[in-house]
Design a protein around this ligand. Structure first.
Ligand SMILES: C[S@@+](CC[C@H](N)C(=O)[O-])C[C@H]1O[C@@H](n2cnc3c(N)ncnc32)[C@H](O)[C@@H]1O
Length: 554
């Protein structure tokens, strides 16, 4: 930690990651679903200005800038190492609508000549609950000064009471690390190692919350090589304060902001995920910040993805449907199996009603379609669905994404430039296993694993779309002896970037099972399997999303 960092860990770089909730379309849809005028109506390609405060390595904002050449993006971060790395990537990928600024947001908020425009969108992912009250006030002053009337703020923060059970781990890690000498990267590894020993010796309060995922799964060598970066940024800051939603709403009111809804679109359906009893109890509390906060008690939300607006303008349900009707949706991955009932973004388990969703998926498998046409198909099948329901469910479950009608050539070129740099360099970061690519049709980004990224590298280099040549390309890019790859790499997301990754870790936990470890498989077999999945399931989707060129026959 240094004098200039205000208590924020500044001697170890954070992890890269893409957070779709920061996409302008995600914020706009959260508004529409909540009956509030968005910054831009979905499906338009109008110019806008966007600022990411605490952008870290700027992976999210770089992909968004490449996918939205009509817009101007700014990324602000305190750490010179983050901005230097992001700037090198920006230059290599030729993203000229992105300006990266190394600055303290507090200083910028009050700087007399700050050379910044007023923004349509301001995003903060993973900053607000990791900094002091003084920095939070600076953030609010910045928003007050630079957000346009009608502009939107996305705020992602660690939420109370969801983090209650992790507080003993945070206290242990930060206090023990403070007794060690050396850089944060080493101190957090020492502290996590010590916590693991404490837990093994029967200490209480360490195996719930994030500890439940950390300690059973993570061997020290993994900590040392990968997870330490997330852990240092999560736990070693002098200030760490998961926030109650109601307190955040009160703080942001100082910048004339009103809470609108969540970029986790499912959460905008009132009562989703709640038991009958919970609904009844909460029903006696008026809708508003208190009810929203009390809902967090039931849903155990650990990370909120809140959208706020400066100047709330209500829109009617009819206007909302009209605004959604023209929005075009495209599949963002293979169609889910009909009996799928566990969705990572929601604690409630349910299956999608086939009478409603089968006609929708049948149509989307043929290509993108407008919401009003999808609603008409559902109606023709004797059911009914509003645009709001289709968007909330399908975008909320990450099964589809809103796309542009006509994607300008400049967008495709900017995305491909971005993606070529990422895919070409991916072999240097084999431990990362999560790479951000820009998606021209969805004017957003997406996450791809190491093999998918290297397969795309092959396709960009003209390698034929066949298992043999693509697998050979991947293995040659990895330049590792096959024995070094005998088990699939664990996704960075298993612990990785703050909450998203922390949630993603859940399926990996081994608690309650005594499964034997998977048998090592040779590298060639693993890579061929990945290539088969890409060729069989993903290529048509990648073509639709503009990630790779359409076939001549399309
Ligand atoms: C947990 S990281 C999140 C990075 C990125 N938003 C992401 O989610 O990948 C928080 C970032 O905020 C930056 N930061 C902390 N205090 C700041 C301040 N006062 N002004 C600007 N950036 C700050 C840190 O350098 C760090 O990169």
């Amino acid at each position: 930690m240094s004098d200039w960092s205000g208590g924020y860990v500044s001697d170890v770089e954070y992890v890269p990651g893409y957070y779709g909730e920061q996409a302008p379309a995600a914020m706009d849809l959260a508004c529409i679903m909540s009956g509030v005028e968005p910054a831009r109506r979905p499906g338009t390609n109008a110019p806008f200005t966007y600022c990411d405060i605490g952008c870290g390595l700027a992976s999210t904002i770089s992909a968004l800038a490449a996918a939205n050449p009509v817009a101007q993006f700014w990324g602000i971060d305190l750490m010179p190492a983050h901005i230097a790395r992001a700037e090198a990537f920006r230059t290599a990928a030729g993203i000229d609508n992105l300006t990266l600024v190394e600055a303290d947001v507090v200083a910028l908020a009050h700087a007399p000549g700050a050379d910044l425009p007023r923004f349509d969108y301001i995003a903060l992912h993973g900053l607000f609950s990791w900094v002091s009250a003084e920095v939070r006030s600076g953030v609010i002053a910045f928003i007050d000064r630079f957000l346009k009337p009608g502009g939107l703020v996305y705020l992602g923060y660690n939420t109370m009471p969801g983090w209650t059970d992790t507080m003993p781990i945070q206290k242990l890690l930060i206090e023990y690390a403070a007794t060690r000498q050396g850089p944060s990267a080493e101190r957090i590894v020492d502290a996590a190692g010590f916590a693991t020993r404490m837990q093994a010796a029967g200490a209480r309060g360490l195996d719930s919350g994030i500890g439940h995922k950390l300690f059973p799964d993570i061997e020290l060598p993994e900590l040392r090589t990968r997870h330490y970066r997330y852990l240092a940024h999560e736990f070693l800051n002098a200030h760490w304060q998961p926030r109650y939603h109601i307190d955040v709403v009160r703080e942001l009111a100082a910048a004339k902001l009103d809470f609108v809804g969540s970029t986790n679109l499912l959460e905008n359906f009132d009562g989703i995920g709640l038991s009958e009893e919970a609904r009844e109890v909460l029903g006696s509390v008026a809708p508003g910040p208190l009810r929203e906060t009390l809902t967090d008690y039931f849903l155990d939300r650990r990370f909120r993805r809140d959208v706020f607006v400066r100047g709330r303008r209500e829109i009617s349900a009819d206007t909302r449907e009209a605004a959604l009707g023209d929005v075009v949706l495209a599949l963002s991955g293979p169609r889910p199996p009909p009996d799928k009932s566990d969705w990572p973004m929601l604690s409630a388990r349910f299956t999608l009603k086939p009478e409603v969703y089968d006609p929708v998926f049948d149509r989307l498998e043929k290509g993108p379609a407008a919401i009003e046409d999808l609603c008409a198909l559902v109606e023709a099948a004797g059911e009914s669905a509003t645009g709001n329901e289709l968007v909330g469910m399908l975008v909320g479950l990450d099964l589809v994404q809103p796309v542009l009608h006509d994607v300008p050539a400049v967008t495709i070129e900017a995305c491909w430039r971005h993606n070529r740099v990422v895919t070409h360099e991916a072999f240097r970061s084999v431990r990362q296993n999560s790479f951000t690519l820009a998606l021209p049709v969805g004017h957003c980004g997406g996450q791809f694993d190491l093999f998918q990224t290297l397969i795309l590298d092959g396709l960009f280099a003209g390698v034929p779309a066949e298992i043999g040549p693509l697998s050979a390309h991947v293995l040659s890019r990895l330049k590792v002896p096959p024995e070094a790859m005998q088990s699939p790499p664990v996704p960075e997301a298993a612990i990785g970037s703050a909450p998203a990754a922390e949630e993603a870790a859940a399926p990996d936990t081994k608690e309650g099972t005594d499964a034997t470890p998977p048998k090592p498989r040779p590298a060639g077999e693993i890579v061929q399997n990945a290539a088969r999945i890409v060729l069989d399931d993903l290529l048509p989707i990648w073509r639709q999303l503009g990630l790779i060129p359409p076939r001549d026959t399309d």
